[in-house]
Design a protein around this ligand. Sequence first.
Ligand code: C5P
Length: 407
Amino acid sequence: MTETLAQRRVLLVIGGGIAAYKALDLIRRLRERGASVCPVLTAGAQEFVTPLAAAALAGERAHTDLFDRASEAEIGHIKLARQADAVVVAPATANLMARMAGGHAADLATTVLLATTLPILIAPAMNVQMWAHPATRRNRAVLEGDGVRIVGPNAGRMAEPESGPGRMAEPNEIADALERMLGQQAGDRPLAGRRVLVTSGPTHEPIDPVRYIANRSSGRQGHAIAAAAAAAGAAVTLVSGPVALPDPPGVAVVRVETARQMLEAVEAALPADIAVFAAAVADWRPEQEAGSKKIKKDGTGPAPMPLVENPDILATIARLPVGRPPLVVGFAAETDTVVEHARAKIARKGCDLIVANDVSAEGGVMGGADNTVHLIRRDGAVETWPRLGKEEVARRLVAHVAALLAG
Ligand code: C5P
C-alpha cells in the first residue's frame, strides 16, 4: 500500500479545530510513507498549532497568508494549488466545509481549495451536533457532489463531554484513505497524458442551400467514446458532424458539416495517440458544388445528380506516412457477414482495430441506445461483446484501447 504515496506531494490544509494537533502527526505519517507535505494553516489552525511546528515536521515552510510577499514572489497561491498530487484538509471544520461548499476564497486555504483541480480528501472534525446539523449535512452533500472524498469522522469521546460522530479520523486512517484515492485515480485514468481524437455523427453533403445527403447516424456511440476517453484522463478532441447531442463534458468539440470539412478538422487535431473513427461519413457528395440558389422544380423532373466519392478519412489517417496515430480504430456498420466484411475492411483501410456492428433494421442500432459489437484486430483475432448500452460499449472500448496502447 505504501507504494502509492512514495514521491507524491500532498498539500495539507490544516483547519482551526482542536484536532489540528493530530494534523501534525499526519504530516509525520505521510512522510513516513514517502510523501512530501506542503502545509497550509488557516488563521484558526494557528490558534492550536504553530506554522513553525508544521514546518519543522514537514521539512519545508508552512503557508499561512494569501498576501504573503515571499510566497507570492516564489510560487503564488495558484501554483500552490497545482504543484501537488492531492489536497488533504485535516481537520475540516464545519466552518471550513461551509466555505468550501460555498466556493469562498477569503484566505489562503479557501483560495487554494477553490483554485485547485487536484483530488481533495477531507477529514471532518467537529462537535457531534454540528456534524448532525442539516446545514453541515447539506454542505457535505454539496462537497461529495463536487467529487470531494471524505474520511471519518469517527464516533468516540471528544474534547466536549458529548460523544458520537465528530472526532477526526486517525492520521493513519487519513493516510490510508489518501492512498486509496490516489490508487483509484491511477486505475481509473488509464489514458492520463494521452491525446485521443474521435469522429462522430453523420456528415451532410449539400445539394443546394436547403437540401443535403445524409444518413441516420445519431452520433451517440462516437460521443459516448469521447466522453469515456475524457473520463479515462485523455485530452480529447471530438470532430462531430451535425448531431442533436450536447457536447460531452471535458471534451474539445469541433463541429463540421461535410466529409471534407471533417477530414480537415481531423488533420488539424493531430497528433494523437489514439484516433477512433466512429463517424458515419457520407460516402458520396454531389459533384456539383452547392450554389447559393435553391434548385427549382420546373415540371420537367429532377436533373441527374452525378455523385463523387468523398475522401476516406479513416484510410487517409491510417495510411499517413508521418504522424499516424499509433492506434487507429475504425467502425464497420454492416448488414450481413459482419465479421468477414470487417476483416476485409481492416486490410483495405490500414487501421489496427475495427469495431463492427450489425446495423440491419432488426438490430435497431442506427440511432438506437444499444449496440452488439465485434472487435476485430489486424491479426484477425475477434472478440464479441454481448448487447450493451452505447455508453458501456464506449467504456469497454476505451479500456481495451488503453490496454493495447500500454502494450
Ligand atoms: O467504408 P465504410 O464506410 O464501411 O468504413 C467505415 C469506417 O470508415 C468508419 O470508421 C468510418 O468512420 C470511416 N470512414 C471515414 N471516411 C469515409 C468513410 C468511412 O472515415 N469517407
